[in-house]
Design a protein around this ligand. Structure first.
Ligand code: C5P
Length: 403
């Protein structure tokens, strides 16, 4: 039986010449026994007749938000709940902009807002439109909210340009859909705790010490672990990221709160991953009132105390010790420093990254890492944090479960 049998896929088609390829996409999804319903925007209907998709999907095509006949059969909220995946292919620059703003002025964008299903987009547009700063900002916002970007590919375009912006071929899109639905159960029945993001150490009611961690790597790991079948607890410092579906999130602010939440969760978990950038120090005293500037002094000093090392505390346990993984963000001698950290913190495995590498580390969507344990090191090729997270979770699952 195909991994897509009976899977309920809502295919959104927006305006673009690539809409003709989506007819083939519907056919290929149907060949794999998926249940496909098509929603078209007004722009899409300028390119291809709804009847084409109706014939191929075997279901009526949905076009209008306020169509009494359609609402009587399957209302837009029912349709949003029905979907196990929403795939927009082609996704125009316009649709990406509307999604980024949370607009709901037609059926497709309304469905996306009303649905809790994963949302994937296959962008298709002129290369200059894809590269435009506005589109890039919209895509970044959507990636941060967990929207999956499948493509675009680069190559020759219908308008004669050459560059990025081609919709992925139907075969490649089907492969992405299959991989999303493929049961990845490497962590089935396992409990995983992940710390993510920075900590914020209060100085007084209005000021704090913190760092540039975005939390993206930890959140991507939480998503991947949940998809691999784990029950995931994500202990997050202050970050601007949406909670991955199916993940239990505990929000914390300072290192001491993070330590308490982590210790409690670690009592019950099989794998602990410390991906947070915990502040090394906190102010020795938190002033109850805003600290005043001393007008007559050019300098002032701040007394700091060391924060507890959360991941080392958990790795150093003699009882109820989970398989413990740490991160090492380094600027030089990356592997050497990470190996020393692995030993000093008594970790089972450490993931090292060079934060000075271009397009890697703190606020980037990409990362380049080396995985190190007692047996040696493995370097993974540079990749999106979301892709890397899947590889890392598979690798951690393999090592933790064969221990
Ligand atoms: O020592 P360093 O901060 O470089 O170590 C990084 C690793 O240690 C990360 O896994 C981080 O989450 C963890 N860590 C921690 N508590 C601290 C400092 C770091 O859990 N106070």
């Amino acid at each position: 039986m195909s991994s897509l049998a009976q899977k309920r896929i809502l295919l959104g088609i927006s305006g673009g010449i690539a809409a003709y390829k989506s007819a083939d996409l519907v056919r290929r999804l149907k060949e794999r026994d998926a249940d496909v319903r098509v929603v078209m925007t007004a722009g899409a209907r300028e390119f291809v007749q709804p009847l084409t998709y109706q014939a191929l999907s075997g279901n009526p095509v949905h076009t209008d938000l306020l169509d009494p006949a359609a609402e009587a059969a399957m209302g837009h909220i029912e349709l949003a709940k029905w979907a196990e995946l929403i795939l927009i292919a082609p996704a125009s620059a316009q649709v990406l902009a509307k999604l980024a703003c949370g607009m709901a002025d037609d059926l497709l964008t309304t469905l996306c807002l009303a649905s809790e299903a994963p949302l994937a987009v296959a962008p298709a547009m002129n290369q200059a439109m894809w590269r435009n700063a506005a589109t890039a900002a919209n895509a970044k916002t959507l990636v941060e909210r967990g929207v999956l970007f499948w493509g675009p590919a680069a190559g020759s375009q219908a308008c004669g340009d050459v560059g990025p912006g081609r919709m992925l071929e139907p075969d490649a899109l089907v492969a992405e859909v299959e991989s999303l639905f493929r049961p990845q159960r490497s962590l089935a029945g396992k409990k995983v705790t992940i710390t993510a993001g920075p900590t914020r150490e209060a100085l007084d009611p209005v000021r704090y010490l913190s760092n540039h961690s975005s939390g993206k790597m930890g959140f991507a790991l939480a998503t991947a672990a949940q998809r691999a079948g784990a029950e995931v607890t994500l202990i997050a410092g202050p970050v601007q990221l949406a909670t991955p579906p199916g993940v239990k999130r505990i929000d914390v602010t300072g290192a001491l709160d993070m330590r308490d939440a982590a210790e409690r969760a670690a009592d019950l978990c099989d794998i602990f991953i410390g991906a947070a950038a915990v502040a090394d120090f906190r102010p020795a005293e938190v002033s109850a009132q805003k600290i005043k500037k001393k007008d007559d002094s050019e300098r002032d000093s701040l007394a700091l105390v060391k924060n507890p090392d959360i991941v080392a505390g958990i790795a150093g346990r003699s009882q109820r010790r989970p398989f413990t993984v740490g991160f090492a963000a380094e600027t030089e001698k990356v592997v050497e420093h990470a190996q020393a950290k692995l030993a000093r913190k008594k970790l089972d495995l450490i993931i090292a990254n060079d934060v000075t590498a271009a397009d890697s580390g703190f606020n980037s969507d990409r990362n380049t890492v080396t995985v190190i344990d007692a047996n040696g090191s493995t370097s993974l090729p540079p990749a999106l944090k979301t892709e890397l997270a899947e590889q890392l979770i598979n690798l951690i699952a393999e090592r933790a479960l064969t221990q």
